[in-house]
Design a protein around this ligand. Sequence first.
Ligand code: HEC
Length: 612
Amino acid sequence: MHIMRLFAVAAFLFALSACGETESLTDSDRVHAQALYDANCAMCHDTEGSGAPNRAALEKRTPAAILAALETGVMRQQGQLLNSDERELIAQYLGAKSAKVAGNMCNRSISSDDTPIWNRWGNGIENRRYQSASRGGVTLSNVSSLELKWVFAFPDAARARSQPAVTEQAVYTGSSDGRVYALDRETGCVLWTFDADAEVRSAPTLGTDSSGKTDYLYFGDFNANVYAVDARTGNLKWKRSVQDHPAGTITGSLTLYEGRLFVPMSSTEVLSALKAEYECCTFRGGITALDAASGKSLWRMHTVNAASRAGVDQQGQVAFGPSGAPVWSVPTVDSKRGLLYIGTGENYSSPASAMSDAIIALELATGKIRWWQQTIANDAWNASCESFGDGINCPREDGPDLDFGAPPILTTLADGRDIILAGQKSGMIFALDPDDRGKILWRQRAGMGGFNGGVHWGMASDPDTLYVGIADTPGNKGAVGPRRPGIHAFDIATGKPQWSRIEPFTCKERKFECETAISAPVTATDGIVFGGAHNGLLRAYSTKDGALLWSYDTRRNFKTVNGVKGSGGSIDSAGPVIAGGMLIVNSGYDKFGEIPGNVLLVFEPKRGKERK
Ligand code: HEC
C-alpha cells in the first residue's frame, strides 16, 4: 500500500545541488553514467509528482544504498535493464561519499538467560500494541519526565523503519541496507550485526525456549528471504526464500506461534505495471507457513486464484487477472479457535476479486480459508492509473486502493466474548465477530480516509478502549468528510466514540514539516497512548480524555552512541515501543517525500523525578 500512496504526494523539494561525483570517476565515466541516467532513470526521477525521489535526493544517498536499491531493493526491476558494471557506475556517480560505519562494539555478549519484554510488531500474537505498566515502566507518574537516554544512528540510511524487539539485555532492529543489529539496551553499544541480502523493514520476532529464554531471532527481507539467527550471537541458523513472484517482497513482520512462522507476502508489482509492455498482473498476496526449527515450508495460501488471461489491455496486449490482494502486515493468531487473521490490500488488475480489502480467517494448521469479510468490493488499482502513468495497465475499476494495512487486533470484552478490531485506509474501523464468520458487530468512521490512509499502519487497544491513529494526509482520493489527523478513542464493546485528539497543522504550508498525520501505529500502556507523526513529533496522550502529557520533537540532529551522524525526521511505518522503563522509537522516513532521518531514539524517565 505504501508504494501506492506515494504517487499522490507532491515531491519533496530539495534545492538542486551539484552532482555527487566521486574522485575515482574519469570524465568519460561521468559522461557514460549521465547517459545511463538519462536513458534509464530520468523519466521518473526528474519528473515532479512521479513519487520518485528527485535527483538531489538520490545524490544524498551513498553509492552502496543506490546499488542496493538497484540490485535487491525497490529499483531491482529497473536495475535489471543495466549490467552489473553499469549499476555500479551509476551508483558511484549519483551517490555521495560513504558514511563511515563506526565501531562502538560492546565488550560483553548476551547471556543465555535473556527474556523478551516487547516482542513482535504488536507485542503479542493478538497485535494489541499494549504494554502493561509493570512491564513497560513508563507510567502516568513519570511520563512527563521522559528524557533521551541514548541514540543510535543507522549508517548509510535515510529511513529507520524496523520497529525493535526488546529484551532485558538487548534491542534488536533491522535497517535499510539489510544490516540487523543487536544493541545493548542500557548503552546502545553493538553486541552483534548480521547482514541480510536486502532491506529489513519489519519488526524482528524473538523465539523463546521452553523456559521462556530468548533463543532465535526471525525476520524477513525485501527480497522475500526469511532468516533465523541465534539471538545471542547473530549466527545464521537457516535462511529460506518464500518468493514465488519476481516482484514479491516481505514488508510485514513474521508471526511466530507454536514452532511455526507465518510470513505475510506483498509485492512491488504495482510499480512494474507502469511499463506499457508489462503484462499486468500476476502477483498473488498470501501467507507462507514455515517450520521455525528448519525453515521448511509447511503450507502456502493465496488471497486470489492464479491469474489467467483476463483479456487485453488498452494496447491489445495480453492482460492477466485476478492479482494482488497483498498482505502488508503481521498476521494475528487466535489460539482458541486455531485461526490466523490477516488484512489484505487491493487487486492489481481486473477482475477485482472477493478477498481484496478484506479480513480473512484461515486455519493455523493448514492455511485453509474459513471465512472472509470484504468491506470494499471492486477495488483494483496499480501505478499506471496515476496521472504520470500512461494508463495502459490501469484496471477498469481504477481504485480506490483502500487496503487493510494495519493488522487485525484480537481482544476480549468484559463479558468474555472475543472480538476482532480492524482499521482501513478508508478511515473506517470495524468490530468483527470471530464466532459468526466475521459478521460486522459495529462500524465507525475515524477519519476521512482515502488513498493516503485513514488507518495506515496500526491501532492499539487496552482492555476497554481502541486507540486509532489517523493519517488523513491531504489530497486523498475516496475521502469522506473533514480531515481528522491525530488519535481517536472508541469503546471496544459498542464502538461509541470516547474522545478525539485532532492535531492541527503546525504551520501554514502543506509540507511534511507541518503534517500532523499519524500514519505510524500508536502504542498504549496503562493510562497513556503514544503516537508519532509525519512532522517528527512524538507525543503521549492520556487514555482518559486525550489530554497531552508529553511531547518531543524528533526532527533534529542528534549526538549518537556510535559516532555516525544522526538526524530524525518523519515517524512512519514503525511505532513506539514501551519496554523495561524505556520508550523506544524510530525516526526518519524518506519515502513519498517525507522527512529523511536515520535514528533509533531511547527515552527514559528522569530518575528521582516521579510525580505523585
Ligand atoms: C518507472 C519509474 C522509475 C524509473 C525508470 C527509475 N526509478 Fe528509481 N524510483 C522510482 C520510484 C517511484 C521510487 C520510490 C519507490 C518507493 O519508495 O517505494 C524510486 C526509488 C529509487 C531509489 C530509492 C530506493 C529506496 O530504497 O528508497 C533509488 C536509489 C532509485 N530509485 C534509483 C534509480 C536509478 C539509479 C534509476 C535508473 C537506473 C531508477 N531509479 C529508475 C521510480 C523509478
